[in-house]
Design a protein. Structure first.
Length: 171
């Protein structure tokens, strides 16, 4: 009889555990993959040259652009700052992406900038890092998630950028 009670208790405990896991999994938020590609142009820029190391600059900037995302066309406002030595270093900031219906999403980003010289002696500036949503309005209210970005300068003051990641709307 004692063995029967022990087995019954083990079965009931296992069933309770499975039920708890099932309920937890059904309550989990469904994550959606998201990608975007856009081109931006600097609209404001202020650069300070520091005299501690040759080629050290700190720059604050604003850029505007447009592009497409897996969830529709967007306009972007990107505000950030960089801390570079001879074109290499870190950058960080925020972007706001707005769709045609006026729904917006904000994200915080940070990453690295690298500059190399082409065989023709022109600088090739690339950047990349991570981002995470900080706020949303309309259909983006309570957005959560993040991902990665990468891009490069394609002309004076003009850059292209690609992002990928995932998000969910917190209930």
């Amino acid at each position: 009889m004692q063995i029967f009670k022990s087995k019954l208790l083990l079965i009931l405990t296992t069933l309770a555990f499975i039920l708890a896991i099932s309920v937890t999994m059904s309550m989990a938020q469904e994550k959606v993959k998201i990608t975007s590609k856009y081109t931006g142009v600097f609209t404001k820029m202020e650069q300070m040259k520091l005299d501690d190391i040759e080629g050290h600059t700190m720059t604050s900037y604003e850029a505007k652009g447009a592009g497409s995302a897996s969830n529709g066309d967007l306009t972007f406002l990107n505000q950030g700052m960089s801390d570079l030595v001879k074109g290499n270093g870190t950058h960080r900031g925020y972007w706001k992406a707005t769709d045609k219906d006026g729904h917006s999403q904000w994200a915080k980003w940070q990453g690295k900038v690298s500059t190399t010289m082409s065989p023709a002696g022109r600088p090739i500036v690339k950047f990349g890092g991570t981002w995470s949503f900080t706020k949303g309005t309309g259909k983006w209210e309570n957005v959560q998630g993040g991902g990665t970005y990468k891009g490069m300068f394609i002309g004076p003051g003009i850059f292209s950028n690609e992002t990928e990641g995932e998000y969910f709307i917190k209930k």
